[in-house]
Design a protein around this ligand. Sequence first.
Ligand code: PAF
Length: 276
Amino acid sequence: VILFRTIAETREHVAAARERGLTVGLVPTMGALHEGHGVLLRHAREETGYVVATIFVNPTQFNRPDDFQKYPRDLETDLAFCERLGVDAVFAPDVNEMYPGDLHQKMPLASVEVAGVSARLEGEFRPGHFRGVATVVAKLFNIVQADRAYFGEKDAQQLAVIQRMVADLNFSVTIVPVPTVREPDGLAMSSRNQRLTPEQRRIAPVIYKALCEAERSIQGALGMIAAAPEIQVEYFEAVDPKTFEPVEKMAGPVRIVAAVRLGDVRLIDNVLVSIR
Ligand code: PAF
């Protein structure tokens, strides 16, 4: 795997791959790679000829400075992970490369805001988060110019925001959603899981159990979470899978989404259910 630190060298190598007739797959990440990313990279490897992973802990999408500071970073381990999966190139810029001269600001002067689908849930609990995500993803799309870009369904609202951005702004990349990867006990893989204490880690699988129970009974699901007082719920809702608006009645495809806190670690998860 080759490591690129600059936009210019990334562009140059991707253009050369394209000239060799290869299609380009992009897997944007913030590093601390785990098997969830592994599945994204494997899909990209199977479906495209030149795979670029990006590793950038994007400051503009963090609404809490402590979350940004404590976000796990380990480039050496991530590069070895990418190497094992046959990734061609890793683009890991520093903040100056991505936001030159904008360091004193929270956001570049030009940014992407996807109204509607960004408004609620993550958008409400993490003000500015989706503007940061949409803007950095738009920049990565313009830098890498991939044919296909892979995103995990664990961040289902992020995926919906990006799909809407691509549709509304006519990006030519195809967005490929990839199912959530879970630990054997059901906990969705997340880089933030590293920050759970052993006791919090023992409790965390109740989030997925409750999401599964919610298909039958929201009351029952909330009861399961209430039985674990260490868990504070930010939201637990049934929403339309495209708009992320609350559903009027539990019918058709519905996404049950949850965000909780375990101590100072915030975890999100969701399941897609089809209710008859
Ligand atoms: O899902 C993530 O890791 C990030 O939000 C992304 C898409 C890499 C943008 O920074």
